[in-house]
Design a protein around this ligand. Structure first.
Ligand code: C5P
Length: 222
């Protein structure tokens, strides 16, 4: 009865988000952007005056998250308590706050079932850091996408410029390295490939090339 699950884990900027949504679209599967849940928890905490050091408060915010991901005109919107926060949760600062919130075990616990509920027929593409290791340990195909920190900083830079935001490449590289360190060194659900994951280094690959390789792997496993 279990729907097929493809997990796509890896550090920020490796292309997980873009690749995951393209594959979900191509397969007609559901998509879980788990990072958005941590970004939303951090944003909701700010909105409700909960300090990022208040672990019990953060867990309560996570457990009570009122979010929706309606699709309008082909684009996915992110609503928090009915308010469109799609852009607000995508800033570098929101990512930084999300990674602090994500280090709190009680927050991760509070979000676990909500994430598992995304696994429905005909299938799920789950994008994050611990999809293959913690949330969907029985997934049929687990991918770990990586790229050099320099390449990931360049990609983030291009993305931000497209969104009309300006950031220096050097500061982005620093932030990426700091976030990598926090994500890989935390005690709960640290960023690492699952034992049975296929690792794909995308430093020299285009998005279509990555999508092609993953689609082939899926077909072979399916
Ligand atoms: O992927 P994204 O940049 O949106 O994730 C924001 C932050 O949320 C990450 O830096 C990471 O700390 C955290 N995260 C996590 N586990 C996930 C997804 C994201 O800890 N499955």
């Amino acid at each position: 009865s279990a729907a097929p699950v493809l997990t796509v884990d890896g550090p920020g900027g490796a292309g997980k988000g873009t690749v995951s949504s393209l594959i979900a679209e191509r397969q007609g599967w559901h998509l879980l952007d788990s990072g958005a849940l941590y970004r939303l928890t951090a944003y909701a905490a700010g909105k409700h005056g909960v300090d990022l050091d208040d672990e019990a408060g953060l867990a309560r915010v996570a457990a009570n998250l009122d979010v929706a991901f309606p699709v309008t005109g082909g684009a996915v919107q992110t609503l928090l308590e009915g308010q469109d926060v799609s852009r607000a949760i995508r800033t570098e600062q929101a990512g930084e706050r999300a990674s602090r919130v994500a280090a709190v075990p009680a927050v991760r616990e509070a979000l676990l079932q909500r994430q598992r509920d995304f696994a429905k027929t005909p299938g799920l593409v789950a994008d994050g850091r611990d999809m293959g290791t913690v949330v969907f340990p029985d997934a049929g195909l687990k991918i770990f996408l990586t790229a050099s920190a320099e390449e990931r900083a360049r990609r983030r830079h291009a993305q931000l410029r497209q969104a009309g935001e300006d950031a220096s490449l050097a500061s982005l590289l620093q932030e990426i390295q700091a976030r990598d360190a926090r994500d890989t060194q935390r005690s709960v659900a640290p960023l690492k490939p699952a034992d049975d994951a296929v690792t794909l280094d995308t430093t020299r690959l285009s998005i279509p090339e990555v999508v092609e390789q993953l689609t082939e792997l899926l077909a072979r496993r399916g």
